[in-house]
Ligand binder design. Structure first.
Ligand SMILES: Cc1cc2nc3c(=O)[nH]c(=O)nc-3n(C[C@H](O)[C@H](O)[C@H](O)COP(=O)(O)OP(=O)(O)OC[C@H]3O[C@@H](n4cnc5c(N)ncnc54)[C@H](O)[C@@H]3O)c2cc1C
Length: 368
């Protein structure tokens, strides 16, 4: 089922590789370029993914799961809210192994991946003359810049560190810290990656300073100090998470589309982008196949994506703006009130990490 036409994917992160895999399955000719020789290295992001989201990506991932999460402890001011489900909610995946797994799937399908190849502006023009260009080149997308796809949106600066330990207290729980004196505009976290490793991380709005300094403040919180006493530093570094959509992420005339972080397909509450980005990438591959078959436009992908995910993106965005605007006393009060109203058991039973709209439906169904 060879399809007339080819796509050049710039970036072999999870989104670019998921696009390439699906497009190749559909018979589209694909070539992937990444500036890195070792894909995904160095790792600067976590790999906590909802199980329902992971299952929807259509990859066999079980052998790269390093931990399984059942819930979260949320610290806000003086309050702690514990959400623990009877069922596993999320898996922690090793990000390097996820990249390798996806790259191998692509190679098995005949996709060529050129590693260590940074694509420049002149090459982008050549590639778009001969086929479709897929910008999967992350937050600071050169493809988006080159083809005039702007982002008026916001982002957070992150810092993440990984530690060895012999003593992970609760392997199946993540801890989240909401304190606008330390990480204004986002949050801090402690997450067990495996039986022997934990990671700590923070995000901060760019207008509130630098992420390394925010990390140093975070490491002075009593609970974080207590955990780090038993740990040995392995690695750490800064990165960025986009928190809003590009104004547009397809251009029919220039035959360009963006996927993943390049498009801003990330949950603004948690910064999770693998599921959102990956689902969009699969949708994009299907639109590209239809385009080459003469049955659709590249922008069908944008239309379908907005139809499916816009409401959830907006809800995530509103939730983040609310908590970003609250001081410690107000956050404590909010969490205390939520606990009194039964939020712990509601989230434990009916929470949905990816889709607040699904959770709202469950809430209203409860009340009916
Ligand atoms: C601290 C942190 C924690 C996170 N935690 C989670 C989490 O727990 N769960 C989750 O789902 N998401 C998480 N995310 C978000 C997630 O990491 C991203 O959404 C995801 O990696 C986006 O994938 P991508 O393929 O779109 O982009 P990227 O992973 O950024 O890949 C872009 C690729 O493009 C390549 N590239 C760039 N420019 C060029 C060029 N000119 N030529 C060739 N190649 C180029 C880069 O080398 C890179 O490999 C986290 C992010 C951070 C920073």
């Amino acid at each position: 089922m060879d399809v007339k036409g080819s796509a050049s994917v710039i970036g072999a992160g999870s989104s670019g590789l998921l696009f390439a895999k699906r497009a190749a399955e559909l018979g589209v000719g694909v070539r992937v370029y990444d500036q890195k020789k070792v894909l995904g290295h160095p790792v600067r992001a976590s790999g906590i993914l909802s199980i329902s989201g992971l299952d929807s990506l259509g990859i066999e991932y079980k052998h790269i799961v390093s931990n399984t999460i059942y819930g979260a402890k949320i610290y806000a001011g003086n309050e702690v809210m514990t959400i623990r489900s009877g069922k596993p909610q999320a898996h922690v995946l090793n990000r390097l192994r996820l990249n390798e797994l996806l790259a191998q799937k692509c190679t098995d399908l005949g996709v060529e991946i050129e590693r260590g190849r940074k694509v420049n502006a002149e090459q982008l023009d050549r590639l778009s003359d001969s086929g479709i260009v897929v910008g999967a080149d992350g937050f600071n997308s050169g493809v988006a810049r080159h083809f005039g796809m702007v982002s008026a949106g916001t982002h957070v600066l992150t810092y993440r560190e990984v530690y060895f330990t012999d003593d992970v207290e609760e392997l199946d729980m993540v801890e989240l810290f909401f304190d606008n004196r330390i990480c204004k505009g986002f949050f801090g976290w402690i997450a067990p990656e495996s039986k022997r490793t934990i990671e700590i991380g923070i995000g901060i709005g760019p207008e509130h300073g630098n992420s390394k300094e925010a990390m140093n403040r975070f490491k002075r919180i009593g609970r974080v100090m207590e955990v780090l006493k038993k740990c040995r530093f392995v690695d750490g570094g800064a990165s960025v998470i986009p928190l809003s959509l590009r104004d547009r992420f397809t251009d029919d005339d220039k035959r360009v589309l963006l996927v993943g972080d390049a498009a801003g397909h990330v949950k603004p509450t948690t910064g999770g982008g693998i599921i959102f980005g990956g689902s969009g990438a699969v949708m994009a591959a299907e639109a590209v196949k239809n385009y080459f078959d003469g049955n659709g436009r590249i922008s069908d992908y944008e239309r379908m994506w907005r139809k499916q995910f816009s409401l959830d993106m907006k809800l995530h965005s509103v939730i983040r703006k609310v908590y970003a605007s609250l001081g410690p006393a107000q956050l404590s009060y909010l969490v205390k009130a939520a606990k009194l109203l039964g939020a712990e058991s509601f989230f434990s039973e009916k929470g949905d990490m990816d889709r607040p709209s699904v959770m709202l439906k469950r809430l209203f169904a409860n009340k009916a």
